[in-house]
Design a protein around this ligand. Sequence first.
Ligand SMILES: [Zn+2]
Length: 143
Amino acid sequence: MTDIEKKIGTASLKTIAVVVALYFCGLFGAGFATRIDSPLVSRNQIEEILNEEKRKLGIKEDIKVNIVMGDYIPHTKKTNEKEYEIYLPKGSTRFCNFTHELYHVKDWDEHGDHETGYYLFWGEPMATIYSLKNRKMGRAEIK
Ligand SMILES: [Zn+2]
C-alpha cells in the first residue's frame, strides 16, 4: 500500500479514478457530439468570419489571430504578446473546431499561461461547451 492509499484509502482512490475516467469520457463525448451537425468550412470562410467571431467572444481588437491549415490536429499557439496561431486540419475543418480554438485564444489572453490542471479541468471543458453552443455558423452558410 502506498502512502497516498494509506491516507485516503484504496476505495476512495478507486472512486476518484472512476470519476476522473467518467469526466474524460464525457469531455471526449461532448467534443465528438459537437462535430455531428457542425458544417465543414474552408480557410476563406474562416477568414471572412474571423473578426465577427472574435467580437462575439469579446476578444480585444488588438489581438491578432492567424489561421494555419495543414496536417494538424486542432490546437492553438501563442506566437507573440498579442498574437496567436490557430492550427486546423486542411480540407475537413469543422466550424466547431474553429470556435473551440478561438475560445482558447480568449481564455489565454485573459488568464495568461496556465497550468495543465487549469487547462484540463477548466479551459478545455469551457472551450468544449462554447464550441457545442457555437457549432453552427451564425449566419447562412457561405457556399
Ligand atoms: Zn481545446
